[in-house]
Design a protein around this ligand. Structure first.
Ligand SMILES: *Cc1c(COP(=O)(O)O)cnc(C)c1O
Length: 389
């Protein structure tokens, strides 16, 4: 496969001035990242700072109701409450080894911003987070967290004042500050080498879960399911299982309200190929190729594109990409609360929802492994409002 590509997808469609920092990063990925010294230091951070290995939790009540075994990979128990810190610790450490003194990052809901701010503080790096002005207003708790962790939060006023505009602002800043600064990108998308770099740091999820399943059940899961926004928690979970032909892999996109013509975030199901943020991928766009606004009850899935490796896994048929709607995710959230005593993030609730809504497609007695990408405390206001509580 051509470097930086996944089948026809991926690549590096950026202004010339962005090529040097991307090539420098690619070089660091090939030299610094595989070294035992780097891997040992990262592993120490993941275990003793972030809380790895995360548990694999069997769900007794849900399994009895559904007639197959449901297992959850508990990324919600990680420091800062989601899988994102796997990636930010990896990139922050790599940046430091590259001699950089500062991180910049984009954030939508603020989860990646908080995880970047924490990693920067831990490793002694300066941190600036770009966030759409609209999101700064909507996500004030995470803005406060980032500031308390020592990061500067820059409200981006251009365009739709949301995530896509924050990414553009961060890319522009990187051009000017590339000698001192690393751009800590938040998902398995963007220009090469980011999709591969982020997968590298997130694939610890699937490696651990695969070993844990074999230890606990003596067998691989029959199904692996994860929610897909940009695609980092999903590719992190899927990567170790892709060569296992007995394992059915399912990604779940956010379908929005499900009303005809509603906003959604299902780029693989409803999008067309195009270029955004430096990559060739599937995008929500109108007939003229203008990017459409995305929408989901879950802020972390609210992105009009998707990482290129997912599009390739869809193209080759190795992974199936389904949809869960807002009300299905809300129902799954309540089921997991009541039956298993776990408050899942609304993002992760989409993965659980797909399994609940399509339970008849899963073989009776089989093992279903779901990636619980994050915890739901951040979503309480939205959930209570939607449920009329
Ligand atoms: C950000 C986020 C997601 C979506 O991002 P991916 O890159 O698709 O993983 C999913 N779950 C949680 C908890 C998140 O914070």
């Amino acid at each position: 496969m051509k470097k930086g590509y996944f089948g026809r997808f991926g690549g590096r469609f950026v202004p010339e001035l962005l090529m040097p920092p991307l090539l420098e990063l690619e070089q660091a990925m090939e030299t610094i990242l595989p070294s035992p010294a780097f891997q040992n230091e990262l592993n120490d951070l993941l275990c003793n700072y972030a809380g790895r290995a995360t548990p694999l939790t069997f769900c007794p009540t849900l399994s009895r109701k559904l007639g197959f075994d449901v297992w959850l990979k508990r990324e919600d128990l990680l420091h800062t409450g989601a899988h994102k810190v796997n990636n930010t610790l990896g990139q922050a450490l790599l940046a430091k080894k590259m001699g950089k003194t500062a991180l910049i990052a984009e954030t939508g809901a603020g989860q990646h911003g908080v995880a970047t701010a924490a990693a920067a503080a831990r490793l002694g790096l300066d941190c600036t987070v770009y966030m759409g002005a609209e999101d700064v207003e909507r996500q004030s708790a995470n803005v406060r967290r980032m500031r308390l962790l020592g990061a500067r939060v820059v409200a981006v006023e251009s365009g739709s004042r949301t995530l896509k505009d924050a990414i553009n602002a961060a890319l522009r800043t990187w051009i000017a500050e590339q000698s001192t600064t690393h751009y800590c990108f938040g998902t398995a998308a963007g220009p090469a080498p980011f999709p591969e770099l982020v997968r590298e740091f997130q694939s610890v999820i699937g490696r651990e879960a695969r070993t844990q399943m074999l230890e606990r059940t003596g067998a691989l899961p029959d199904y692996v399911v994860a929610a897909v926004g940009g695609g980092s928690n999903a590719i992190g979970m899927f990567h170790a299982f892709v060569p296992d032909s007995s394992v059915t892999i399912i990604g779940v996109e956010a379908g929005g309200t499900g009303e005809p013509g509603c906003l959604n975030s299902a780029a693989i199901n409803y999008g067309r190929p195009g270029v955004l943020h430096g990559e060739y991928t599937m995008l929500l766009q109108d007939e003229d190729g203008q990017i459409l606004p995305s929408g989901s009850i879950s802020a972390g899935l609210d992105y009009p594109g998707v990482g290129p490796e997912h599009v390739h896994l869809h193209d080759t048929g190795r992974v199936t990409y389904g949809i869960a709607f807002d009300h299905e995710a809300l129902n799954a959230f309540q089921v997991l609360c009541h039956d298993e005593g776990i408050l899942p993030a609304l993002e992760s609730s989409h993965a659980v929802a797909y399994v609940l809504e399509h339970a008849s497609r899963f073989r009776p007695g089989s093992r279903v492994l779901i990636n619980l990408s994050g915890r739901g405390d951040k979503d309480m206001d939205i959930i209570e409002h939607a449920l009329g509580l």
